[in-house]
Design a protein around this ligand. Sequence first.
Ligand SMILES: NC(=O)c1ccc[n+]([C@@H]2O[C@H](COP(=O)([O-])OP(=O)(O)OC[C@H]3O[C@@H](n4cnc5c(N)ncnc54)[C@H](OP(=O)(O)O)[C@@H]3O)[C@@H](O)[C@H]2O)c1
Length: 196
Amino acid sequence: MRLTAVAALVKHPTGLCLGDADKHLTWRVRGDFQHLRAVTQNRVCVVGRKTFEILPDTFKVRTSLSPDFLVLSRSILGYIHKGSVIQARTQAHALGVLRSGRFGKAKDVIVLGGAQVYREWWPICSRAIITLIHKCPTDITSAVHWMDEGNVDLAPGMFLVNEQKIAAQDGDTSTATILTFERHPGFHVKAQALGA
Ligand SMILES: NC(=O)c1ccc[n+]([C@@H]2O[C@H](COP(=O)([O-])OP(=O)(O)OC[C@H]3O[C@@H](n4cnc5c(N)ncnc54)[C@H](OP(=O)(O)O)[C@@H]3O)[C@@H](O)[C@H]2O)c1
């Protein structure tokens, strides 16, 4: 099983950030949304309860290529066994579900955030696809930080293997670059120990 973190980040004066806790949409880069649909298509996405609740409906509507979701939540939310959505109460529980074969597509798993989930799952991700949004919105009042406040490392412990520019489309607030990172070989010892 390969775990890939997929996130969009912007450089903010307080460190790299994932958006604004008070807004659902902090920037608009349509090419990035198209990229997100493509990388999650027909995959299993691990997502925190808060992020799952604000994912656009267009993302959750079922088609033959829609992603399945493994929602992390410690509370009882009734997500369990709802079609393509399964709830897990801990990371260990989630890894057990992913390995159990209950999702037929669990070979390539996308870790889709939010902040709490990226922090916990980053050490066992072997790849990251990060969209760097070039222009930081000036109205971020409650920054959600990538890893920690003040952090400027896009992919701690990983190496850049590819980059691809996204041009702005009509109405976009920024251009962006999609960066692909991979973990250095030393990682595999830890991944095997975890059975990932
Ligand atoms: N820019 C991007 O690429 C991107 C991507 C994703 C999200 N985001 C942003 O990130 C923010 C949300 O991040 P967040 O950190 O506040 O929330 P989150 O990570 O989406 O969800 C947190 C919730 O997930 C559950 N959870 C987390 N770890 C768990 C574990 N080990 N076991 C069981 N449950 C666990 C808990 O749910 P319960 O409270 O139900 O127990 C927790 O309250 C939003 O602002 C969103 O827009 C940005």
